[in-house]
Write a protein of this length. Structure first.
Length: 189
């Protein structure tokens, strides 16, 4: 499977980048910098969730049932109405209660307020899922394959120029270091 970030980069440039900036009320350069951090964070959160068999199966089911990649056919239309999309629900599954903390960290790194960062996350999460769906369909990927692909993307992101920031954010999702995002574990009573 081609890299998710590599596949999305050209789609989130040019006119679409301008539309993202306009929707968020920020300049294109600021939108581009924010996207460069937000996309790997979303992918990293999905990768963390997919590390366990149940999480990988849940992700695969969501992709098979709800994210066929058609969002990418009219990305401009989606960006214009992202508030009506599934972004909040995707982020609830991917980040859980840690969403505000993660968004605050990204906000600090890219110089945006948390509300704008939250909107960006809600805009990008369905796009990531759409790309995963498109890649899964074209490559015949199953749950285990998705987990491996997402894990590879996360590792690549950690080696990027934003790698140190991303490692810190990924670490917040798994504070106890057991490899399972803390948002997926039930609280011990």
């Amino acid at each position: 499977m081609a890299g998710i970030l590599d596949a999305l980069a050209p789609q989130l440039s040019g006119q679409i980048l301008g539309q993202i900036g306009q929707s968020l009320g920020i300049k294109d350069q600021k939108a581009q910098a924010a996207i460069a951090v937000a996309l790997p964070v979303i992918i990293g959160a999905l990768a963390k969730n997919a590390q366990k068999k149940k999480g990988a199966e849940s992700l695969n089911n969501a992709i098979q049932n709800d994210h066929d990649g058609s969002i990418l056919d009219d990305l401009g239309g989606f960006i214009g109405q992202f508030q009506n999309g599934p972004g909040a629900g995707i982020l609830k599954h991917a980040l859980g209660k840690k969403r505000p903390t993660v968004e605050q960290q990204v906000s600090r790194q890219v110089g945006l307020d948390s509300e704008t960062t939250g909107k960006l996350f809600e805009m990008l999460a369905p796009v990531v899922m759409g790309q995963l769906g498109k890649s899964a369909r074209s490559g015949g990927l199953k749950a285990d394959d998705l987990a491996v692909a997402l894990g590879g993307e996360r590792q690549r992101a950690e080696k990027s120029p934003q790698g140190a920031v991303l490692k810190g954010i990924f670490g917040m999702l798994d504070r106890d270091g057991d490899g399972v995002p803390d948002i997926l574990q039930k609280k011990k009573r």
